[in-house]
Design a protein around this ligand. Sequence first.
Ligand code: FAD
Length: 277
Amino acid sequence: MAAKRPKFCGWGYEGEGLTPSEHEMVLERYAERFGVDGFARIPQRTRDQLDLHPARIEVPAKLSDFCSGGDFDRLTHTYGKSFPDYVRIYDKDFTNAPDIVAHAKEEDHVEAVLDWATGANVAVIPFGGGSSVVGGIEPAVGGNYAGTLSLDLTGLDQILEIDKTSRAARMQGGIRCPDIENGLRPHGLTMRHFPQSFDLATLGGMIATLDALHGAAQLDSHPEALRQAAMAERIVITKSDLAGRRATGALRGRLAHPTTAPTLFVPLATASCCQSG
Ligand SMILES: Cc1cc2nc3c(=O)[nH]c(=O)nc-3n(C[C@H](O)[C@H](O)[C@H](O)COP(=O)(O)OP(=O)(O)OC[C@H]3O[C@@H](n4cnc5c(N)ncnc54)[C@H](O)[C@@H]3O)c2cc1C
């Protein structure tokens, strides 16, 4: 069976969504709510209407098996799912489209990309479910890089180990919420984290929204983030160039403490679970 492809504009997967009558119902309700007769409609953008800037970089041959410069990949890895993101899609603004999308299927792929990108001055943006609503996956990195690469981690989607006694599951960072719950259910366990973005969001995206810029605030305000991230097994810190040395150092110091949590790169994590039922 062909893998489902997330939509590049809109929530969910291609071929899924509201029926025409559901659309009408929603628009009628909005019209009623805002006291207007109707709305001017802008047709949904299609891929062939959108121009992308030519890619500025090429990956070396050793990365080419899992990297792509194809339009669909670049379009689907430009934006998250916020209202401003949708506005820019309708505006056909893909200025920040990544030059390359890498589909990591094993941890070695992550390392190989980071090794190459560091030497080539390429900005790497981790990409999980792409459901960020704060611009977290948009390759908007300024002009100091030779190019940008979106590192899609959804190929790292396995549960490697479940320890029922300690209620801990060791999983790869790109696994999506439904696959986590499907894997835990037979063991009587659940993550008990059901964001509205459940269908698309990944383990890494849920943990790593603690980044070097916003990590400390996130740890302070979300105990569950702290609990999950504190169990992460291997972490490589990214976005430190954006956060600066001082903030990154402070976060590193905090992460050294056993009750606080790590930040970014999550190829693999151990998540704490709860008894279901
Ligand atoms: C309709 C909708 C409903 C939502 N509901 C909720 C909700 O109920 N609760 C909630 O908390 N949030 C919610 N969100 C926000 C969003 O879904 C969450 O922030 C989610 O955790 C993001 O996960 P993701 O896998 O989609 O990450 P992405 O959007 O792909 O990435 C988020 C950030 O994490 C980084 N990242 C992703 N994966 C990794 C990795 N493996 N290693 C390192 N960095 C990584 C990215 O670079 C980015 O900075 C919602 C969003 C939408 C659009």
